[in-house]
Design a protein around this ligand. Structure first.
Ligand SMILES: C[S@@+](CC[C@H](N)C(=O)[O-])C[C@H]1O[C@@H](n2cnc3c(N)ncnc32)[C@H](O)[C@@H]1O
Length: 233
């Protein structure tokens, strides 16, 4: 589904916004999103193996993954990814297989490449969330999981009104405020082979949720032989 609403995002706005955020991102969003990141990593590591983090940003979560896993990271913003590369070099993060500038809606990996696809605070920043989830499902192995931490819009009341009011400003900052849980549930219902397995409220103020989907099929196995990455960069 393409988002044709008044407050739809476009990639140029997003890349400009995150080029501005890159120098201060960790300072502003480091602590506030920490609990969500911890929950996402813990969910991803219950499966483990080869993990793709989409919208990896400055690589703030990379040091928190166990060295037993292999992590691939992609992001549309070169300045954000540059910070991630510096972090990998500075901390010697040898479990990071690679980092690529890549669009979440057009992942240059073969089908069934990853045991887990993680996207933290990303789905509400992409122009076409459902097309992006389709890509996540495509590159995921059967038995694997998509693990999201994402903003979920209020269904009613004052928060809903505030989200609507703040939407135009939020778009310039690089994200949507209005985004119903029904969109995630509907995507899973309409995507044969994918099943919603968890929704858990996350801080701050429960405005975010950990959302997990599984790809029906044989369980993804830790350390199994992996398909090779197609030329990417
Ligand atoms: C709110 S930040 C989250 C960064 C990181 N995941 C974290 O936990 O802090 C959103 C990230 O998604 C990236 N992003 C937005 N749209 C994207 C797209 N279409 N493809 C890949 N990355 C995208 C942005 O550049 C930014 O780094």
């Amino acid at each position: 589904m393409t988002d044709t609403s008044l407050h739809a995002l476009d990639k140029e706005t997003i890349t400009k916004a995150y080029a501005r955020w890159a120098p201060v991102y960790d300072l502003v969003f480091g602590a506030v999103f920490e609990r969500g990141r911890e929950a996402a990593i813990s969910a991803a590591e219950r499966i483990g193996g080869r993990i793709l983090e989409v919208g990896v940003g400055t690589g703030i979560s990379l040091p928190d993954y166990s060295r037993a896993n292999r992590i691939c990271g992609v992001d549309i913003s070169e300045p954000m990814l540059q910070k991630a590369m510096e972090r990998v070099a500075k901390l010697g993060l040898s479990h990071v297989e690679g980092l690529w500038v890549m669009d979440a809606e057009d992942l240059r990996f073969p089908d069934d490449s990853f045991d887990v696809v993680v996207a933290q605070y990303v789905i509400t920043t992409v122009p076409n969330p459902e097309a992006t989830l389709d890509e996540f499902a495509r590159v995921l192995k059967p038995g694997g999981e998509i693990v999201l931490v994402s903003r979920v819009g209020a269904e009613a009341g004052l928060r809903k009104a505030l989200e609507k009011w703040f939407a135009p400003a939020a778009r310039k900052l690089g994200w949507r405020t209005e985004f119903s849980f029904q969109r995630y549930a509907h995507w899973a219902d309409s995507h044969a082979g994918m099943r919603l397995v968890e929704r858990r409220a996350m801080p701050p103020f429960g405005h975010f949720s950990l959302i997990r989907f599984t790809k029906i099929g044989e369980t993804a196995s830790r350390g199994a032989d992996q398909p090779q990455l197609r030329a990417a960069g």
